[in-house]
Design a protein around this ligand. Structure first.
Ligand SMILES: *[C@@H]1O[C@H](CO)[C@@H](O)[C@H](O)[C@H]1NC(C)=O
Ligand SMILES: *[C@@H]1O[C@H](CO)[C@@H](O)[C@H](O)[C@H]1NC(C)=O
Ligand SMILES: *[C@@H]1O[C@H](CO)[C@@H](O)[C@H](O)[C@H]1NC(C)=O
Length: 531
């Protein structure tokens, strides 16, 4: 009877102990930002393209007592909207032996900073011990972040844009010292917000150094500068990849391209444009460059009207470059819709994994250089009879499966559909599609083809038998129809036409017999036909 309360007390002690330890572990896995300080931060913002690339170097110190396993970075709500990709790496070694090891970056869903700042967590390779320092490098890419101003320009005007940011790096940590460098495409900078100390030399605007800024410090700036870089945005790109185990990967790409810069106003003078394209259309673009794999073949390029011959393909052992020229130059707001198709040798892209699966290793993203894709769909049509497909992409993508049928298919083809929005050139990295495939199915297609041929042959034989039997019948009738030669043969066209006439007559007779059977006896109609 004494055991009851004792056991209860023991359980209570255990529960309290486990609760305490749980709290302890949770606090060590996500330390409060006060435990980390950024000793120095350097930010380089590259505005030479229409895609914004920001390189950030952070030297951080663990000022707390417990280990730190992740570093947080913050983005304003406006940046998050246009954020295409964030990559981070740890720097190992010094100077010449520097090596970059990539780190996992993930949005922190629950915790938000002040003013809606979105936090991203960078997982360190090994926990940072108390009072240790480490260097983390971050690259993030922003799209649609240069606003044309003026918003409308005429054919010969240059394009100017606004870029908005903060002179101080948005961070959940205290920052000891920081500098920001902004690189513009040229020296034509209309204006930039000055935040003491700040200066401009040539194509570089420098903000800082600023010392000892509190967490989430922010100081808005605007830079207004000339940017005639092609604002090439693919609103929609559909890439269809079809694997045939008979040696080919066929790729078809449907593009909806737009010039996303300042809208063109007034009339377009082609004469003026052709005479001096650099002066009379500085913000327009005329050529597109697609980087395709080496050994590409059967390349075509067409739009709604038909094939466009103005494309050039240059290939070497590492890559192929396809230069495309739409039918007209693109000015702000103008669109072009076109299709590119090409074949690739299967052995360059299809491999076998150690566990006996097949996998396709292809490049994600858009082959057109320096373009943004608002919405990218990649459809990978697997060979008929493929099983258990799975995909490995190094960033989040939406995915689902559907079935595609082509004319020789029996059960249809499993098709993997990947969808990603806001795609930048940094997404052009390899991805793999794994699947199991029974080689028996390789026979399915040729078997279907053979079966189809058999049907054709049978049909031909049948048709031949039919004509033969017709000829036989005809021979029986030669006595009756003197003007129809019984020697009619396929070898003599002039006789053949005669023969056709006879066949027509025969058919007529049959028709008439049928009419008779139906009880119709209109002899005048018959006579009229015969005369
Ligand atoms: C377009 O070019 C492709 C490849 O050269 C060819 O197969 C196709 O028949 C052409 N189409 C037209 C309409 O000319
Ligand atoms: C895929 O191909 C790239 C080079 O094109 C290579 O670096 C990568 O290791 C390949 N991936 C796999 C899983 O084989
Ligand atoms: C064609 O006719 C021959 C004899 O006239 C017959 O033996 C054969 O089966 C026929 N073939 C077909 C496909 O009807």
């Amino acid at each position: 009877m004494e055991e009851g309360p004792l056991r209860r007390a023991l359980i209570l002690v255990l529960v309290v102990f486990s609760l305490l330890s749980a709290m302890g572990s949770s606090s060590s896995s996500s330390p409060s930002p006060q435990d980390v300080r950024v000793l120095s931060a350097e930010r380089r913002i590259d505005l030479t393209s229409f895609i914004v690339r920001v390189f950030l170097t952070l030297k951080v110190e663990n000022t707390g007592a417990s280990d730190v396993s992740e570093i947080l970075i913050a983005f304003s709500p406006n940046e998050v909207q246009h954020l295409s990709i964030v990559k981070a790496s740890a720097v190992a070694g010094k100077r010449k032996k520097k090596a970059y090891l990539s780190l996992d970056v993930n949005p922190v869903e629950l915790a938000k900073g002040p003013n809606g700042a979105q936090l991203f967590s960078i997982a360190l390779l090994s926990p940072l011990k108390s009072s240790e320092t480490t260097v983390v490098e971050v690259l993030y890419v922003l799209t649609h972040s240069q606003e044309p101003f003026p918003a409308e320009i005429s054919q010969s005007e240059s394009q100017y844009v606004y870029y908005r940011d903060s002179a101080l790096l948005l961070s959940p940590y205290h920052i000891g010292e920081q500098r920001t460098f902004i690189k513009t495409p040229n020296t034509k900078v209309e204006s930039y917000t000055s935040v003491n100390p700040s200066s401009r030399v040539g194509t570089e605007i420098k903000y800082g150094p600023y010392h000892d800024r509190a967490p989430y410090s922010y100081s808005p700036i605007v830079v207004h500068f000339e940017n005639n870089h092609p604002f090439a945005v693919v609103e929609e790109l559909m890439r269809e990849v079809e694997i045939s185990h008979w040696g080919n990967v066929q790729i078809t790409e449907h593009y909806k391209l737009v010039h996303a810069g300042a809208r063109h106003k007034g009339v377009f003078s082609r004469v003026e444009y052709q005479a001096r394209p650099s002066i009379s259309g500085p913000s327009s673009f005329k050529h597109l460059l697609a980087r395709l794999p080496p050994r590409v073949h059967s390349v075509y390029y067409r739009d709604e009207i038909g094939n466009i011959s103005s494309s050039h393909l240059r290939s070497d052992s590492l890559k192929s470059e396809l230069e495309l020229e739409p039918r007209y130059p693109l000015f702000g707001g103008w669109k072009a819709t076109f299709v590119i198709g090409y074949g690739l040798p299967l052995q360059d892209f299809l491999f076998e994994s150690s566990d006996g699966q097949h996998y396709l290793n292809l490049t994600f993203g858009c082959p057109l250089l320096e373009t943004v894709v608002d919405r990218l769909t990649i459809k990978v049509v697997l060979p008929e009879g493929s099983k258990d497909p799975s995909v490995s992409v190094p960033f989040p993508v939406k995915q689902h499966y559907e079935t595609t049928y082509s004319y020789l298919d029996v059960v249809g083809r499993k098709t993997l559909v990947l969808i990603k929005e806001n795609v930048a050139p940094e997404h052009n990295v390899p991805f793999e599609v794994y699947y199991k495939f029974n080689s028996f199915f390789m026979l399915a297609e040729p078997l279907m083809l053979q079966a189809w041929r058999k049907i054709c042959v049978f049909g031909e034989v049948f048709a031949f038998n039919f004509t033969k039997s017709q000829e036989q019948k005809k021979r029986d009738k030669t006595a009756r129809n003197s003007h129809c030669s019984s020697d009619a043969s396929f070898d003599f066209p002039e006789l053949q036409s005669n023969r056709l006439g006879c066949l027509a007559e025969e058919a007529n007779e049959k028709e008439i017999k049928k009419l008779h059977l139906d009880g119709v006896r209109d002899s005048s109609w018959r006579r009229g036909e015969r005369s």
